[in-house]
Design a protein around this ligand. Structure first.
Ligand code: NAD
Length: 438
């Protein structure tokens, strides 16, 4: 089957590469000629573990190619996936559908044979019907269907998530579109992964409901963490204790500096907006959004305490800037709130991240970048762990402490303990939702 994928970002590129690995003939299209030039040279523009090898294997096999030419890509394609960005629209929190609608219109102007136009981007309920109208208007003679196929992959584990999904959700309006979508995902169906066929609106809603639920789960444990700090409970023990309940589950129960990334912040805002537009405020989601901002502010207060009430003149080392490990994505990362607060307060900030520098340099003015945690700690008054990269999980804490001017550690991912910090010679240690010492 021939498939075209529009957009070669985290979702489009991973989907295109994985579809080709299923055995389909895939062309990935992007408007950005630099990205396409890189891909044609065999380079992957994003950091996603394993993607480079999988891409090379499928290019080599002749099943995967890249182009800026939409017309060439969609010629003969039975399914065209739209996987462009849907960022938060300025001012009102709504998902910005400019790129999705532009892509739909471009497809309409070029396509001539029956095709299924599939929205993989995360889009508000009703968008697929709008896509249908846009295509119909631009090309009234075209025989086509629309389908909603939201993506649930996680950056950093994207290939595994795509190849071994908990479920695939496909929203359709016709049997013909359902058959083509079944064909696309046939290799997963044969291996018994659940393929859920729904109507368009339900598919669109599933994606927002899933992300809002997960954001709420993280926010819930972050709020419990704050109460643990006041009451003397330990949030790690609490998470473990509640997570063993099968109805709750142990995932997404790690307290930290607030959720970030390219999905949760924008999707919770978009869901809140959808609720408002339908006269039904999403009160839980609206509260989650508010609390998540407070969590980040609470982290800044914690750092301020460790710096004796003022950042002015202090040297602060920060380990990790990406919103989570194993990605180079900085979109809405907690680092983008916390680090500017340090810099704004007059601290000299030194940063290290295994993959974040490329994106982070432009987003974090006024910080200096070093290669490793030990250089980061040099003469510092405070060391902050912001992202739980594996590289930061087994540090020689004694060596770190020795290098510091003031031995204070803020472990905002709870990867060490009071015992570890004391043993290493730190004079102060704070984490999230657990007792520290000063
Ligand atoms: P991205 O910003 O990384 O990539 C989007 C790409 O689309 C860019 O390369 C851009 O140049 C290209 N593009 C835009 N308009 C185009 C057009 N008309 N023709 C060709 N190319 C065009 O975005 P992403 O992170 O991959 O997210 C894409 C969608 O998937 C979003 O709706 C997002 O919410 C959703 N999603 C993302 C994730 C994730 O982890 N990143 C997970 C699930 C769902």
């Amino acid at each position: 089957m021939k498939i075209a994928v529009i957009g070669t970002g985290y979702v489009g590129l991973v989907s295109g590469v994985c579809f080709s690995d299923f055995g389909h003939d895939v062309v990935c299209v992007d408007k950005n000629p630099d990205k396409i030039a890189m891909l044609e040279r065999g380079e992957v523009p994003i950091f996603e573990p394993g993607l480079d090898q999988l891409m090379a294997r499928n290019v080599e096999a002749g099943r995967l190619s890249f182009t800026t030419d939409l017309a060439a890509a969609i010629k003969g394609s039975e399914a065209i996936f739209i996987a462009v960005g849907t960022p938060t629209r300025r001012g009102d929190g709504h998902a910005d559908l400019t790129y999705v609608m532009a892509a739909a219109e471009e497809i309409a102007q070029i396509a001539s044979d029956y095709v299924v136009i599939v929205t993989k981007s995360t889009v508000p309920v009703g968008t697929n019907r709008q896509v249908k109208q846009v295509v119909k208007k631009a090309n009234p003679d075209l025989d086509f269907d629309v389908a909603s196929n939201p993506e649930f992959l996680r950056e950093g584990a994207a290939i595994d998530d795509f190849m071994k999904p908990d479920r695939v959700v496909v929203g359709v309006q016709s049997e013909r579109a359902a058959e083509i979508m079944n064909e696309v995902y046939r290799p997963l169906y044969l291996r018994d992964f659940p393929i859920l066929t729904t109507d368009l609106e339900s598919a669109e809603m599933i994606k927002y409901a899933a992300n809002a639920f997960l954001a709420a789960k993280i926010t819930f444990i972050n709020e419990i963490a704050a109460l643990c700090e006041r009451t003397g409970a330990d949030v790690k023990q609490v998470s473990h204790g509640i997570g063993l309940d099968g109805r709750i589950g142990n995932k997404f129960l790690h307290a930290g500096p607030g959720y970030g990334g390219s999905c949760f912040p924008k999707d919770t805002k978009a869901l809140a907006r959808i609720g408002q537009e339908h006269g039904l405020p999403m009160q839980i989601t609206e509260t989650v959004i508010k609390i998540n901002e407070e969590v980040k502010r609470r982290m800044i207060d914690k750092l301020l305490d460790l710096c004796g009430g003022s950042f002015n003149g202090k040297t602060v080392g920060v380990l990790g800037v990406t919103f989570k490990p194993n990605t180079d994505d900085m979109r809405d990362a907690p680092a983008l709130t916390i680090i500017p607060a340090l810099v704004g307060g007059g601290a000299k900030v030194r940063v290290t991240d295994p993959q974040g520098r490329h994106e982070g340099e432009a987003l974090l003015p006024g910080v200096s970048w070093v290669e490793d945690p030990y250089k980061c700690a040099n003469n510092a008054d405070l060391l902050v762990i912001l992202t739980e990269w594996n590289e930061f999980r087994a540090l020689d804490l004694k060596r770190i402490a020795k290098k510091m001017a003031t031995r204070h550690l803020a472990d905002l991912r709870n990867i060490y303990s009071v015992k570890d910090a004391k043993r290493a010679g730190f004079d102060a240690y704070e984490s999230v939702g657990r007792a520290g010492f000063e």
